[in-house]
Design a protein around this ligand. Sequence first.
Ligand SMILES: Cc1cc2nc3c(=O)[nH]c(=O)nc-3n(C[C@H](O)[C@H](O)[C@H](O)COP(=O)(O)OP(=O)(O)OC[C@H]3O[C@@H](n4cnc5c(N)ncnc54)[C@H](O)[C@@H]3O)c2cc1C
Ligand SMILES: NC(=O)c1ccc[n+]([C@@H]2O[C@H](COP(=O)([O-])OP(=O)(O)OC[C@H]3O[C@@H](n4cnc5c(N)ncnc54)[C@H](OP(=O)(O)O)[C@@H]3O)[C@@H](O)[C@H]2O)c1
Length: 463
Amino acid sequence: MSDQSTEDSGLRVAIIGSGPSGFYAAGQLISALGEEVEVDMYDRLPTPFGLVRAGVAPDHPKIKSVTRVFEKVAASPNFRFFGNVEFGTHIERHELERHYHAVVYAVGTPSDRSPGVGGEELAGSWAASDFVGWYNGHPDYEHLEFDLSCERAVVVGNGNVAIDIARMLVLAREELAVTDIADHALDVLAESKVKEVVILGRRGPGQAAFTNPELRELGELSEADVAVAPNGLDLSDEVLAEDASMTAAKNVEILRGYEQRDGHGHAKRIVLRFLASPVSINGSERVESVTIARNELIEGDDGKPHARMTDELETLDAGLIFSAIGYRGKALRDLPFDEQSGLIPNKAGRVHHEGDVLPGHYVVGWIKRGPSGVIGTNKKDAKETIDHLLDDYRAGLLPEPTAPHEGGSEAFLLERRPEHVSYDEWLHIDEAEKVRGEPHGRPRVKLTRVHEMLEAIEAKRKK
Ligand SMILES: Cc1cc2nc3c(=O)[nH]c(=O)nc-3n(C[C@H](O)[C@H](O)[C@H](O)COP(=O)(O)OP(=O)(O)OC[C@H]3O[C@@H](n4cnc5c(N)ncnc54)[C@H](O)[C@@H]3O)c2cc1C
Ligand SMILES: NC(=O)c1ccc[n+]([C@@H]2O[C@H](COP(=O)([O-])OP(=O)(O)OC[C@H]3O[C@@H](n4cnc5c(N)ncnc54)[C@H](OP(=O)(O)O)[C@@H]3O)[C@@H](O)[C@H]2O)c1
C-alpha cells in the first residue's frame, strides 16, 4: 500500500447518510486534514440532517438549531452533498470503492423493533417511526392516514420517543400551528378527539429511559394534565438500586410530584402506567381495546431488574396504539449485518466481516452503536471512528481507489443518478419552505414529496 498521507495523494472519503453522525464525522475529517481531504456526503433524501429534520419533535425548534453546526461543515470547499442518492439502489459498494479510499456509513436505524403482540396488524396500531415520520413530513410516510377520532390512545415504551408521541397527541392547535410540523399532520392533529394518552412502561419508574427535562415537560402542558396510574405501585416505596443514575433518581422525584398533584382541570390527560405490558391488541378491523398484563420486577442474570408478567390482566378501551420501544437498523447491500443486534458489526467504528476488518469501511452513529443517545452523543461516537480512520490512513492501510472515474465522482453520478441534489440545490428547497412558512409565522412549511422538492429546485433554476 502507498504512503497515503502525502499531500499530493490526498484522501477521498464518502459518507453515506447526512444525519448528525455523518456531519460530525465530516467536520472532524475536515478539521484534521484541511485541504488534504475531500468529503462527499450522500443521502437517500434530497434534504440533509437525518432525524434532526425527520425525528426531533416540531415543538422543539431549539434542538433543531444544531443544523447551524452542520451548515458550517457544508460550507467547506472540500465538502460536497449528493442528496436523492440511495446507497444500494443508485450507488453500490464496489462503485464507491473505485472512487474513494474510505466509506463511512452513517445511515441510522430507520426500522422499529416490534413488540410481537397479537393484533398489531389492526388499523389503528402503529409503529413510532410511522407517526413520527408522518408528522415531520418525511416523504416515506406522508401518504399515511391517521384516524384520531377515538378518545384513548396507548403508547408502549418508556423512552423519550414515547413522550414525544404522547405530547404531540395532546398539544393545542395554536401550539402546533407555529411549528414546522407537516401541513397534512397539522390539520389532523388539531382535530384530534384523543382525550387520554396512556404511556405503558414494562418496568418501574426507576428504570424508565426518559430524560428529566422531557418528563418534566409533561407536567407543563397547556391543555393536558399528567397523572401516574396507581396500578398497585407505591412510588414512595420505589427503591432505586445503589448504582441508579442521577437521571433515574430525578425521574422518580418528578413522578412522585405528579402522583401527589391534583389535576389542573384540563380536558386532556397523559397517564403514566408502570409495570405494564400489552398482551393483545383487540378489535375486529380496527383497534378497539388493549389487554395489559401487570408485571413484577425480578433480578435478571445480569443483576438488573427485569419485567416478568403476572397473570393479572386488564383490558383498556383504546382506538389507537403506538409502539415506541426502540428503533432497529436495516441491512445494506453487500455489507455485513448482525441480525441479532440490527447493526453493522464493527470494532470501535471499523467494519468487521466474520471477525476480520473490512479495510476502508467504517460506521458512525446509531448504525454503529445502536439507537440510543441524543444528538450530541454522536459527536464523541464519530470521533472514535474518525480517529481510527485517520490512524489507518497515516499507516497506509486504506485501499487505493481501484478505478477513479474520469471527471470524478460527480461525473459518475451524472450517469448513474442525474436527479441528485447538491447542497446549493438543497438550499433552494430550504428557501422555498421558509417562504411558504413566513406568512403563517412558521419557521417553514415543509415540502413532503420528493417531486415537489425537485420542482422547487427547477423553479429556482428558471428564475
Ligand atoms: C423520534 C426521535 C426524536 C428524537 N429527538 C431528539 C431530540 O429532541 N434531541 C436529541 O438530542 N436527540 C433526539 N433524537 C436522537 C437523535 O435524533 C439521534 O441521536 C441521531 O439522529 C442519530 O444520528 P445518525 O446520524 O446516526 O442517524 P440519522 O439521524 O437517522 O441519519 C441517518 C441518515 O442516513 C440516511 N440514509 C439511510 N439509509 C441510507 C441509504 N441507504 N443511502 C443513503 N442515505 C441513507 C437517512 O436518510 C438519514 O438522513 C431523536 C430520535 C428519534 C428517533
Ligand atoms: N427530546 C429528546 O432529547 C429526545 C427525544 C426523542 C428521542 N431521544 C433519544 O433517542 C433515543 C431513542 O429513544 P427511544 O425512546 O426510541 O428509545 P429508548 O430510550 O431506548 O427507550 C425504549 C423504551 O422501550 C422499552 N422497551 C423495549 N422493548 C420493549 C418491549 N418489548 N416491551 C415494552 N417496552 C419495551 C424500553 O424499556 P426497557 O428499559 O425495559 O428495555 C424503554 O423504556 C434515546 O436515547 C432518546 O433519549 C431524545
